[in-house]
Design a protein around this ligand. Structure first.
Ligand code: HEC
Ligand code: HEC
Ligand code: HEC
Ligand code: HEC
Length: 417
């Protein structure tokens, strides 16, 4: 029985700690500016980001305390069906968090009113915008009160938002004024800004009582918040690679941490389910077949070329290019048009890759990914010479985003033939 008393005391102490901790401590996650990246960004290890890892961190924190998720918006990039499915998926991730407020950027709204309405309902009404007031057809609130926070969202390019959605436009300074006026005693005024650091700085200078301003930024989040008077400026960086965690005790900001969503972060359960569902939809709707393409030239397939070029074929089989589509299948994205474009043969042509079943001879980066148009050459190789390629052919796929370590001098020797 000797262990019982200490155990009881420890239990009481934990409960006491728990109560004290939960009383006035809030964890605020700042995210957004995903720019259409729902999965880890880039093609070179270690790849960071994605909604699955983000979900893991947020869900774990929500089990231990009070959590608010704030998004600066700008979750989307580009147009078309895939962007729409992404918009809906992102909205669902926000609905899965206990508390969340999501700013609507003009980039998000450019997908159209229908998509904005879908995002509104799928996020469980967590979208805000004070840049687009009095629009009954969209009807988003300018601000939301969650926990101790009063949160307003603005698009600094407000006239663009009005063009897209109609309604009145509120300048961001008017939005920050009404935020301060609407915040009741003890509420912490917070702004989510689709705009730059200098926009955020201006707003902080105009309304010094705003405690926190989150803005969009194309780099990585700064290692500590930028203080303008007593206003903290923070940013989630870009493409969802990082997540910023703040701690508030009462109205005081007591903690700041940038979390790199690298491969050591496991996937969260809910985020994984949503991501799988997203890929299933992309597959089921056959977006690979619906991608617009150029007419192109006939593609003969590797075996035709290799029938005469044995040595080149042997070499090619040893390169990473030979299993480029397997790499996508391993991560479940072998039917994602945003990925197969560089991991197969001539996805930009109607005559190029369609699927493993229909075009198995193009299910990798093959001879004709680089040397295209070998039809005439194959029928009479001495008469029809293949054009010289040079280095420029590599950078169509080895872009700075997908292949940051790329350098022709070190890469060519690995595939030289
Ligand atoms: C059609 C797109 C495409 C083109 C064009 C292309 N590559 Fe690649 N390359 C890829 C893909 C995709 C991978 C990754 C394959 C994998 O690991 O599954 C890759 C991988 C490589 C690798 C292996 C890198 C590593 O770290 O393992 C080398 C080396 C390489 N490419 C060299 C080149 C060179 C040199 C050129 C130009 C002569 C070139 N590539 C042109 C798509 C392309
Ligand atoms: C613009 C062309 C391009 C696109 C689009 C692209 N990739 Fe890649 N991918 C590459 C290249 C090039 C490499 C080789 C990078 C290197 O080693 O330098 C690669 C490599 C990879 C690797 C291997 C990473 C490693 O280090 O083992 C994975 C996994 C991958 N890509 C997944 C994806 C996924 C998922 C998508 C879609 C979301 C995608 N890629 C879209 C060009 C592309
Ligand atoms: C990743 C791009 C890429 C792929 C894939 C590729 N090649 Fe090449 N190949 C090149 C480049 C670059 C050269 C160098 C000459 C040039 O710049 O045109 C070259 C050169 C050649 C040459 C001329 C060699 C010489 O001695 O002059 C032949 C033949 C050839 N490739 C055949 C093939 C065959 C067959 C395949 C498929 C099994 C293949 N290549 C796959 C990029 C590629
Ligand atoms: C019928 C046999 C045959 C086929 C099929 C064939 N080649 Fe060739 N290829 C040759 C011969 C022979 C040469 C050397 C021509 C010379 O030196 O005059 C050559 C040369 C080349 C060269 C060097 C540049 C040139 O034209 O001299 C490249 C690159 C090349 N082939 C790529 C390809 C690719 C890619 C394919 C598939 C689309 C292919 N070849 C299919 C026989 C063939």
């Amino acid at each position: 029985m000797r262990w019982l008393l200490p155990a009881c005391l420890a239990g009481v102490y934990l409960i006491y700690q728990g109560v004290q901790k939960n009383d006035d401590e809030w964890t605020v996650f700042v995210t957004g500016n995903e720019q259409g990246y729902l999965s880890p960004c880039g093609c070179t290890e270690p790849m960071s980001g994605g909604i699955r890892r983000r979900d893991y961190i947020i869900s774990a924190a929500a089990k231990n305390g009070k959590v608010v998720v704030l998004s600066v918006g700008n979750g989307l990039a580009g147009f078309g069906r895939q962007a729409e499915i992404k918009a809906e998926t992102l909205a669902e991730t926000y609905a899965g968090y206990p508390e969340a407020v999501v700013n609507l950027s003009s980039q998000d709204a450019s997908l159209g009113r229908g998509v904005v309405l879908a995002m509104k309902s799928l996020s469980k009404n967590r979208l805000v915008t004070s840049s687009n007031t009095d629009n009954p057809s969209v009807d988003l609130p300018p601000e939301a009160s969650i926990g101790p926070f009063r949160v307003s969202g603005v698009e600094t390019n407000a006239s663009r938002l009005r063009q897209l959605l109609g309604g009145q436009t509120n300048a961001s300074t008017a939005a920050s004024r009404s935020l301060v006026e609407n915040s009741s005693d003890g509420e912490i005024p917070v702004m989510l800004v689709s705009g730059s650091k200098s926009d955020a700085t201006r707003l902080a200078q105009a309304e010094p009582s705003i405690k926190l301003i989150a803005y969009t930024d194309d780099g990585t989040p700064p290692s500590s918040p930028v203080m303008i008077g007593s206003t903290a400026l923070v940013s989630p960086g870009s493409r969802g690679k990082e997540l910023v965690r703040l701690t508030f005790r009462g109205t005081v900001l007591t903690g700041y941490e940038v979390i790199d969503l690298n491969p050591t972060v496991p996937n969260g359960e809910h985020g994984s389910k949503l991501f799988k569902n997203y890929l299933n939809r992309v597959d089921r709707e056959n977006l690979v077949d619906k991608t617009p393409r150029l007419a192109g030239q006939p593609v003969l397939g590797n075996s035709k070329c290799i029938s005469c070029h044995q040595a080149e074929g042997k070499k090619w089989r040893q390169t990473a290019h030979a299993h480029a589509l397997d790499t996508l299948d391993k991560v479940g994205q072998g039917r994602d048009p945003e990925c197969v474009s560089c991991h197969t043969v001539r996805f930009d042509w109607k005559t190029g890759f369609q699927s493993r079943q229909k075009t198995p001879q193009m299910a990798f980066v093959g001879c004709e990914s680089c040397h295209s148009g070998g039809g005439k050459h194959s029928s009479d190789p001495t008469r029809y010479k293949m054009p010289r390629l040079g280095q420029k052919v590599c950078v169509t796929c080895h872009t700075p985003d997908q292949s940051p370590k790329y350098n022709f001098l070190t890469y060519w020797p690995q595939i030289k033939h």
